[in-house]
Design a protein around this ligand. Structure first.
Ligand code: SF4
Length: 232
């Protein structure tokens, strides 16, 4: 039985050893090291990391946070992933329904205190759900935003005491597009409607980027908030 100290050392070594590795090699390392104690998280903007992970670990758990505020297209993408890919989709939900949150905190908390809303509807459910795992992978990429520019391919997630992987950290949007095209990977249909980053449906949380903007520019636009808190 490995201890968290072992895993921290393992993550530090892997970050160095796997920096130049392919996404598949990084995921293969995770599959060999953690087996079923490893999962992938997906926002269902696309199924790229789920597809990569399923190629090295068929049946891999793909964790989705259902905040209660998603676009119908995002829920549809989740259902399509579950129905067509060799993965095990696990949907995590907040402790409070949207109606219960409205009753307790007032309506439209996302407009008044998005950090609290994200904490209740994303961060807490993820922290709870990750209890079943020793390692988790995300789709973070260095080219997505300045706050993600230094994302390591493997890291020690000290807050959760897990190994955290970003197997496509070094990929560009062109790399993602090429992988999607070559492998017929499922995409959220909102990407064809002008969205470039897809989160919850309130306009204050996800908007189409403005002229000349790209990537995550439409997320919590104008608020100064750039991350939901999962990756901070
Ligand atoms: S993205 Fe918006 S609606 Fe979703 S949890 Fe965060 S603040 Fe709430």
């Amino acid at each position: 039985m490995s201890t968290t100290a072992d895993y921290e050392a393992l993550a530090t070594a892997a970050a160095r050893d796997l920096e130049e590795a392919t996404a598949q090699e990084i995921l293969q390392w995770a599959a060999d090291t953690f087996g079923k104690r490893f999962c992938v998280t997906s926002s269902m903007e696309d199924a790229v990391v789920a597809h990569l992970a399923s190629s090295v670990l068929p049946g891999v758990d793909v964790v989705f946070l259902d905040t209660g505020y998603h676009f119908a297209e995002t829920i549809g993408t989740r259902d399509a992933v579950a129905a067509t890919m060799p993965v095990n989709v696990i949907t995590l939900t907040p402790k409070l329904t949207v109606a219960e949150q409205d009753a307790q905190y007032g309506p439209n908390l996302h407009d008044r205190d998005p950090d609290l809303c994200c904490s209740l509807r994303k961060v807490e459910p993820l922290n709870r759900g990750l209890g079943a795992y020793d390692a988790w992978a995300t789709g973070l990429r260095r080219d997505e935003s300045p706050t993600r520019a230094n994302t390591p391919v493997v890291a020690w997630d000290a807050k959760r005491r897990k190994v955290k992987l970003a197997p496509i950290a070094r990929w560009t949007q062109d790399d993602v597009d090429a992988y999607v095209q070559a492998n017929g990977v499922l995409l959220n249909p909102l990407l064809w409607e002008g969205y470039t980053s897809i989160g919850c449906s309130p306009l204050s949380c996800t908007a189409k980027p403005g002229e000349g903007e790209k990537g995550r520019a439409g997320r919590w636009a104008g608020s100064g908030k750039t991350e939901c808190g999962i990756h901070l």
